[in-house]
Design a protein around this ligand. Structure first.
Ligand code: FES
Length: 188
C-alpha cells in the first residue's frame, strides 16, 4: 500500500454562477424535509439526492452550497457523498450501463457481457466515453438472479443479458442519438 498525496490545499473547484442547489430545492428542504428532523444533518442525504436527481451528479460546488445551507462543514458533506456509491462525484454518461457482478450473475457469465460492452465502447469499468454518452459500471445484485446475468441500461432491466444483446442495445442508442432522439431510454 502506498500513500498518495493529493494537492487538496491548492486544488481549484470549478464554479459556475448559477447555484446547483436551486431556490426551489431550498424551499422544498425547508418546507418538507427539515421539519421532520431534529438536526439539519439529517437533511443531508435528501439534499444530495435532489442535486443528483436534477443534475445527474454532485459537483463540488453543490457540496459547498449544501454545506452552507445546512450549516455543516464542507468536509462532512464530502465524507457522506463520497461514502455512498450511489452518489456520483464526477459527471456520468447520458446512458449508464450497469452490469451485475454478484454471485448468480458471475456463475451465469457476467464477465463476458462486461467484456463485450468494454470492447464495444472502448472504455473500462468506471469510465465514460469521450462523447459523454455512456458510462459503464458493475454493481451488486439487482434482484433478478433468476434471470442472470442481469444488467441495466439507465432504468431499463435486461434479463438473461448476452454480450450480443447489450451490444445491440448500445448500437441502437447510438443510431438514435445520431438521428437526434434518445431511443426511449430513460433519463438518469
Ligand atoms: S446476482 Fe445478479 S441479479 Fe442477483
Amino acid at each position: 500500500m502506498a500513500w498518495i498525496v493529493k494537492p487538496s490545499g491548492t486544488m481549484g473547484i470549478e464554479r459556475r454562477d448559477e447555484p446547483y442547489l436551486t431556490q426551489s430545492m431550498r424551499d422544498r428542504l425547508t418546507r418538507e424535509v427539515l421539519p421532520r428532523y431534529e438536526t439539519t444533518h439529517a437533511a443531508l442525504l435528501p439534499a444530495l439526492h435532489m442535486i443528483q436527481h436534477e443534475h445527474g451528479w454532485v459537483p463540488a460546488q453543490a457540496m459547498l452550497e449544501v454545506a452552507s445551507f445546512l450549516k455543516l462543514e464542507p468536509a462532512e458533506v464530502y465524507d457522506t457523498a463520497s461514502f455512498y456509491e450511489e452518489y456520483w462525484l464526477k459527471p456520468r454518461g447520458k446512458y449508464l450501463v450497469s452490469i451485475c457482478r454478484s454471485i448468480a450473475c458471475e456463475f451465469a457469465g457476467h464477465e463476458r457481457v462486461t467484456q463485450a460492452v468494454k470492447d464495444r465502447l472502448g472504455i473500462d469499468v468506471g469510465e465514460t466515453t469521450d462523447d459523454g454518452l455512456f458510462t459503464l459500471i458493475e454493481l451488486e445484485c439487482l434482484g433478478s438472479c433468476g434471470t442472470a446475468p442481469a444488467a441495466l441500461v439507465n432504468e431499463s432491466l435486461h434479463e438473461n443479458a448476452t454480450p450480443e444483446g447489450l451490444v445491440r442495445t448500445i448500437d441502437e442508442i447510438c443510431r438514435a442519438e445520431a438521428a437526434g432522439s434518445s431511443a426511449g431510454a430513460p433519463h438518469h
